[in-house]
Each structure stands twice: as structure tokens, then as C-alpha cells.
Design a protein around this ligand. Structure first.
Ligand code: COA
Length: 263
């Protein structure tokens, strides 16, 4: 897979996708977004990948937003298509059945924050900064930011951040619950890899069920969410990993999960 704007590596089930346009602070142009969507489809089909990490190339940025030079040239119809493409990419990311961790190494602005919010959780470098600064350009977030940010931090805070376009430090982002953990820059990837590896050895079927139950339940009432959970719980019992996990406990040994789809 040769990509111009992305770097992709995989080791022992842990894959890393790096946004790679460091000269433009990894800003999302149509070419990069096209490659991102293509790579997400490939990842979705690769049974060997257990966990995906997203990060940015260079010292400064995760992703500094959609490419402003492309936005400036858009007419109304092109802007609609560009937003559709960005929203589609992040929806595809969120729908991956495997866990996805954002390793935010620097600026995560506009589309960068929107991508991080489409991941399952975020670890950030002390040098990271988050924000939806589109208001300063006379536009609004177009890759799902007006929808995901209020769901994650509440509507009052989301409105303040979107109306002011203010940047948040990593520490502030952790305080409002957007970020799980803040690390010194040189320790970020090691911390993310350690968590990714500890997830990669769990049962694939149960990870998929847990993610599906959480995501599926977020936008429905509690009773409907609990129905999603019990169906997913019951399905897990059909997996080889559930047999292995419960037997290993009773036999007082460590489980070895294969993720086999045979029961
Ligand atoms: N789109 C296109 N190019 C971008 C970009 C973006 N979103 N963000 C940064 N760049 C480019 C700059 O134009 C500059 O290119 P140049 O060297 O050819 O002039 C290069 O990346 C480095 O950025 P620069 O602004 O010089 O770095 P800085 O350290 O002074 O500032 C930021 C960093 C992130 C604060 C600043 O680049 C910024 O505000 N970017 C835009 C963020 C934004 O509004 N995102 C939402 C877009 S919808």
C-alpha cells in the first residue's frame, strides 16, 4: 500500500496510521481524505489487526484541520461534498469494530479534533492543543464537530468552545473529559502502545461486542441500550474466546484468545 499522505505500520496486531503532511501540519486535503477512507476500508477487512492507533507526523501537529487553501476555493456544492467526505471518513472510522486510540502529539484543530473525537479514546502529549477554530474563518465545523463535541462534553461547554474558537491545552482537555491521559511528549507513543497491546490480547469478539454496545447505546434510551447490551452479551457466549476465557479462569491459568469465528 503506497500512500502519499499517510504512513501505515502494523506489528503483532497493533496498527499505526500516521497523518503525513508535516509541512502543512498534516492538514486534511481531499487527497489525504481519499487515502484515509481507502486505508480504513483495508483495515476493516484485515482480520489480523486488533487495535488501531492514529497519530500525526512531525513535532507540531496531530492534524491542524481541514486544508484552508482548499476550503477557500470551494463553491457551495463543493463545500457540501467536502464536508460529506470528511464526515463520511470519520463515520467510517467510528464504525470500525476494533478499538481505535488517538495519540494526539500536537495541534488537533478543526478536522483534527473531529478525527480524535471519532476515536474510542484519546491520549495526548503535554504539547497537544485541541479546538474548533472555524468561527475565526467565518465558517463552522463541518466534519461532525458540532455534533460530537456536545455529546462528549455537554452543550454549554461545546457552544462556548465553538462560538469562541478558543484552543484548549491538553490539561484542560483532560479536565473536561475529552482526553483520558496526558503524557510528556517523548512518552506519548510508549503509553499508547502499552495500552494498545494490553487491549490487543483480549478476545476479538468481546471487544467488538463491547464497542458495539457502548456506541449503539449512546444515542438511544437506557432500556433500548440495555437490550443492545444483552444481545451482544449473549452473542459473546457463542465464541471460542468465551469458552477459553471462562475455562482458563476455572483451570486457574491465563487465557489465550484467538479471536476465532468458529464456536
Ligand atoms: N490548512 C492549510 N494549511 C495549514 C493549516 C490548515 N488547516 N494549518 C497550518 N497550515 C500550514 C500553514 O499555512 C503553514 O504553511 P506555510 O509554511 O506554507 O506558510 C504551515 O502549515 C505551518 O503553519 P504555521 O501557521 O506557520 O505554524 P504556527 O506554528 O505559526 O501556527 C497553528 C500553528 C496550528 C496555530 C496555525 O497553523 C493555524 O492556526 N492553523 C489553522 C488551524 C485551523 O483554523 N484549523 C481549522 C481549519 S477548518
Amino acid at each position: 500500500m503506497g500512500f502519499e499522505n499517510l504512513i501505515f505500520t502494523e506489528e503483532n496486531g497493533v496498527a499505526t496510521l500516521t497523518f503525513n503532511r508535516p509541512k502543512a501540519l498534516n492538514a486534511l486535503n481531499a487527497a489525504l481524505l481519499g487515502e484515509f477512507i481507502e486505508l480504513l476500508e483495508t483495515i476493516a477487512r484485515n482480520e489480523a489487526i486488533r487495535v488501531l492507533i492514529l497519530t500525526g507526523a512531525g513535532e507540531k501537529a496531530f492534524v491542524a484541520g481541514a486544508d484552508i487553501s482548499e476550503i477557500a476555493r470551494c463553491n457551495v456544492l463543493q463545500a457540501r461534498l467536502f464536508a460529506e467526505m470528511g464526515q463520511g471518513a470519520i463515520a467510517r472510522l467510528q464504525k470500525l469494530s476494533i478499538p481505535v486510540i488517538a495519540a494526539v502529539n500536537g495541534y488537533a484543530l478543526g478536522g483534527g479534533s473531529e478525527i480524535a473525537m471519532g476515536c474510542d479514546f484519546i491520549y495526548a502529549s503535554e504539547k497537544a492543543a485541541f479546538g474548533l477554530p472555524e468561527i475565526n474563518l467565518g465558517i463552522i465545523p463541518g466534519f461532525g464537530g458540532t455534533q460530537r463535541l456536545p455529546r462528549l462534553v455537554g452543550s454549554g461547554l461545546a457552544k462556548e468552545l465553538i462560538f469562541t474558537g478558543r484552543m484548549l491545552s491538553a490539561a484542560e482537555a483532560k479536565e473536561i473529559g475529552l482526553v483520558n491521559r496526558v503524557c510528556p511528549p517523548q512518552e506519548l507513543m510508549a503509553a499508547v502502545l502499552e495500552t494498545a497491546r494490553s487491549i490487543a490480547v483480549k478476545g476479538k469478539v468481546s471487544l467488538r461486542a463491547a464497542k458495539g454496545a457502548i456506541n449503539g447505546g449512546l444515542d438511544v434510551d437506557l432500556e433500548s441500550g440495555c437490550r443492545i447490551e444483552r444481545d451482544a452479551f449473549a452473542l459473546c457466549l457463542a465464541s471460542a474466546d468465551a469458552k477459553e476465557g471462562t475455562s482458563a479462569f476455572l483451570e486457574k491459568r491465563k487465557p489465550v484468545f484467538t479471536g476465532s469465528l468458529k464456536d
